[in-house]
Unconditional design. Structure first.
Ligand code: ZN
Length: 201
């Protein structure tokens, strides 16, 4: 069933989906040949597909190993700390998207190294792709979506004030893979890994 955490209708491009005299997609029905309800225009048959969105982000470090975190100026989880990350834009690569988000949220210029983790979040129809990256300069400042930004040594990370579980996961994977740049990307942690990380707090 749809719920309010799902993204809004994601038309593939800016072409109007319907004829000018259509009422627009407003009826939920199972299209011919499909197996689930879609939002459809009953006038022309246009189907407004809703598919998961991809979030791209980075664990970006300076030469001394400190990690870039941003304190959110927007909901959800306003006031909590996160990695620079956000929704991919159309006609953008995942790496370019991660670099763009670092610039938008922290005015940070970064070089993407490799994919650290892919997280499935089916509850909210998201896939998160988190890269490892190097800061090209330690000079960072808050963008419009951040209250403040900063570089944190491992011991300084504000664990109770992190915004989302995947931020914790990505930071832990980054730490466990230091010196191992050729690992396959991490995926959602196992219960054993979560329990191990919990004991480290
Ligand atoms: Zn229509």
């Amino acid at each position: 069933m749809p719920d309010d955490t799902l993204p809004t209708v994601n038309a593939a491009d800016s072409t109007p989906p319907c004829a000018p005299d259509c009422g627009g997609p407003r009826v939920r029905a199972i299209p011919p040949g499909e197996d689930r309800e879609r939002l459809m225009c009953p006038d022309c048959g246009y189907i407004a597909y809703q598919n998961p969105l991809i979030v791209v982000g980075a664990v970006a470090t300076w030469e001394d190993g400190r990690i870039l975190l941003c304190r959110r100026a927007i909901e959800p989880r306003k006031g909590f700390w996160t990695l620079p990350a956000g929704y991919m834009e159309e006609r953008e690569s995942t790496r370019d998207g991660a670099a763009r988000e670092a610039w938008e949220e922290a005015r940070a210029r970064i070089a993407i190294d490799h994919l650290l983790a892919i997280y499935d979040i089916p509850r909210i129809s998201q896939v998160q792709m988190i890269f490892r990256a190097r800061l090209l300069s330690p000079e960072v400042e808050p963008g419009p979506e951040s209250l403040e930004v900063g570089l944190f040594a491992w011991e300084e990370i504000p664990w109770p004030e992190l915004a989302f579980p995947t931020v914790v996961w990505a930071l832990r994977e980054h730490r466990e893979r230091l010196g191992h740049d050729d690992c396959a990307p991490a995926v959602n942690p196992t219960p054993d890994a979560l329990a191990r990380w919990e004991r480290m707090l």
